[in-house]
Ligand binder design. Structure first.
Ligand code: GLP
Length: 230
């Protein structure tokens, strides 16, 4: 719908499903710009577990997007603080993000904004929570090999996207999803900030929705859309 869209992209096994579908749709990417939400600090770009590698493997090498239109945080920046400021400027210079894709961590993080992240935070360096290290150890072979620090867009950065789509599947995400959608707006549930955003679409399977108190209401509104939305 928007050939020159600016997309915010996430990594993880959940967005992989979306990227596979986008590749299948054979869309026109020549004018699209992308900003990835996060990257590990200290991994070489070519490291198999870097988010650079993930994005090229799962999306970029399958589509015709100009490499100059792709931005992924530089986990090897000499001056990380300076880099983070530049990243924010690049997002603004691109006109801001039209559509931000999000997954959610089992502990409720979005991007790598761990619980207790400021809900007004900007792109910056963060320290991974032990649960995130445990959850991501599966990709590194052992916990000790998981980087401790990351660069991530902040919650404040994410909230400036004009539209947000959050994907979550499986029972492991049910607690984080309930906290995000129906919990109090609090730093302990970073994704709860999305309750203050005007345009968020959350796609769940039944397992991830299992702890939602108002699930039947959401299903009703989805199944009984006003005529003009059908
Ligand atoms: C990582 C990423 C997040 C992602 C989360 C869940 O921590 N930084 O952006 O949402 O993992 O990943 P998965 O979709 O594999 O469960």
């Amino acid at each position: 719908m928007k050939p020159n869209a600016v997309l915010g992209l996430a990594t993880g096994s959940t967005p992989q499903l979306l990227y596979r579908e986008l590749v299948r749709m054979k869309l026109k990417w020549s004018r699209v710009k992308t900003f990835n939400i996060d990257e590990y600090v200290g991994l070489s770009e070519g490291h198999p577990q870097s988010f650079h590698s993930f994005m090229w493997e799962n999306l970029f090498r399958h589509i015709k997007i100009p490499a100059r239109n792709i931005r992924i945080p530089d986990g090897n920046a000499k001056n990380v603080e300076k880099f983070c400021g530049t990243y924010e400027k690049q997002i603004r210079a691109a006109g801001g993000i039209d559509l931000q894709v999000l997954g959610i961590g089992a502990n409720g993080h979005i991007g790598f904004n761990e619980p207790m992240s400021s809900l007004a935070s900007r792109t910056r360096i963060k320290t991974l929570a032990q649960q995130t290290i445990r959850d991501n150890a599966r990709f590194f072979g052992s916990r000790s090999k998981v980087p401790r620090h990351v660069i991530t867009m902040g919650i404040g950065t994410i909230m400036e996207a004009r539209q947000i789509v959050l994907l979550a599947f499986g029972v492991k995400k049910s607690q984080a999803v309930a906290g995000a959608i129906e919990g109090p707006i609090a730093a302990r549930h970073p994704a709860s900030a999305l309750q203050l955003h005007p345009h968020v679409t959350i796609c769940l399977d039944d397992a991830a929705a299992a702890k939602l108190e108002f699930a039947s209401y959401y299903r009703d509104t989805f199944q009984h859309k006003p005529v003009w939305q059908q």
